[in-house]
Design a protein around this ligand. Structure first.
Ligand code: NAD
Length: 280
C-alpha cells in the first residue's frame, strides 16, 4: 500500500522514536512534507535528517505536547514553514508506571493522562482550528492502543487514557465531519519499540493480579518469575495470534493510509493493528 500524500504538510508528534519515527519516514517517502515534533531534540533532529537523506522534506520542531502554548506554536510553525496544514498524526505517548489500580499514584495518573490524552485534545484543538481557518478539510490520526479497547492489567491510567483517545476521536470526528475533517485512531498491539522494551522490563505479575498474591514472599516470587528472560520474550508474543510483536512500520502503514485520501470515506474509526490480539 503506498497512499499518495504528495505535497501535503503533515505533523507527526512523537516523531523522534518508534512508531512516530517510522511514520515520519513513510509519510515523507509518500511525498509529504513532514513536521517532526518531539520533546527529544536529538531523536527528532535525527528523524528529520533521515528524511533528508532519503530525499524527502522535513523540519524538526521541539514540542512538549502537554503544554498548550507549545502545541499552538507547533501548528504555527507548520503553517510558517509549509504555508498550510493538511494532516496530523498525534502519536506521542508514554506507558506510565506499572502498578495496579490501587497502587497507581496520583502523580502517575496525572502524568499518564496528560501525555496520552490531554495532549491529543490540545493537538486536535490547534489542528482543527487551522483546518477551519483554511476551509480546506483535513485528516487527523490519533494513536490510541488495544489498551483502549480491552483491559490492560497493571496500567489502569494508560488504559483509561487510551480509551479516552478513542472516544475523543469519535466525538471530534462527528463534530467536524461537515467541515470535511476526518479523524481516526490507530490501536497498536505490542509493537517492538523502546516503549514496549521498557514495559516488558517493568512488568510485575503482582501488579497485574494484585488479588492473587497476599504476602511479600509470594509477590516477590511472582514478579521474579515473570522477569525470566524466556518468559518475558514470549509473554507478549503469545497474546498475538500472528505469533510475534509488530514492527513500527506496520503501524506507520495504517497511519499513512488514514492520513491520505485513500481513506476518504473513513472517519471516527479505531483501526486495530495488533496481530489479532483483540480478536480472541
Ligand atoms: P517510543 O517511546 O518509541 O516513542 C514515543 C515518543 O513520544 C518518544 O520519541 C518520546 O520522546 C515522545 N514523547 C513522550 N512524551 C512527550 C511529550 N510530552 N511531548 C512530545 N513528545 C513526547 O514509543 P512508541 O511505542 O513508538 O509509542 C508511540 C505511541 O504508540 C504512543 O502513544 C504509545 O502509547 C502508542 N502505543 C505503542 C504500543 C507499542 O507496543 N509500542 C502499543 C500501543 C500503543
Amino acid at each position: 500500500m503506498t497512499p499518495d500524500l504528495a505535497g501535503k504538510a503533515v505533523i507527526v508528534t512523537g516523531g523522534a522514536s518508534g512508531i512516530g519515527r517510522a511514520a515520519s519516514l513513510l509519510i515523507a517517502s509518500n511525498g509529504a512534507r513532514v513536521v517532526v515534533a518531539d520533546i527529544d531534540v536529538t531523536g527528532g533532529e535525527a528523524t528529520a535528517a533521515a528524511i533528508f537523506r532519503q530525499g524527502g522534506e522535513a523540519v524538526f520542531v521541539p514540542c512538549d505536547v502537554t503544554v498548550a502554548s507549545q502545541v499552538d506554536r507547533l501548528v504555527d510553525a507548520a503553517v510558517q514553514t509549509y504555508g498550510r496544514l493538511d494532516c496530523a498524526f498525534n502519536n506521542a505517548g508514554l506507558e506510565g508506571d506499572h502498578a495496579s489500580t490501587v497502587d497507581c499514584t496520583e502523580a502517575n495518573w496525572d502524568r499518564t493522562l496528560d501525555i496520552n490524552l490531554k495532549s491529543v485534545w490540545l493537538c486536535m484543538r490547534a489542528e482543527i482550528r487551522q483546518f477551519l481557518r483554511q476551509r480546506s478539510g483535513g485528516s487527523i490520526v490519533n494513536t490510541a492502543s488495544v489498551a483502549g479497547l480491552v483491559a490492560e492489567r497493571g496500567h489502569a491510567a494508560y488504559a483509561a487514557a487510551k480509551g479516552g483517545v478513542i472516544q475523543l476521536t469519535r466525538t471530534a470526528a462527528a463534530e467536524y465531519a461537515a467541515a470535511g475533517i476526518r479523524i481516526n485512531a490507530v490501536c497498536p498491539g505490542a509493537i517492538r519499540t523502546p516503549m514496549v522494551d521498557r514495559e516488558v522490563k517493568a512488568m510485575r505479575l503482582s501488579a497485574m493480579m494484585p488479588g492473587a498474591f497476599h504476602t511479600p514472599a509470594t509477590r516477590f516470587w511472582a514478579d521474579a518469575i515473570v522477569r525470566l528472560p524466556f518468559l518475558r520474550s514470549i509473554s507478549l508474543k503469545m497474546m498475538q495470534p500472528l505469533g510475534r510483536n509488530g514492527r513500527p512500520e506496520e503501524v506507520a502503514e495504517a497511519a499513512a493510509w488514514l492520513c491520505s485520501d485513500a481513506s476518504s470515506f473513513v472517519t471516527g474509526h479505531a483501526l486495530v493493528v495488533d496481530g489479532g490480539m483483540t480478536a480472541i
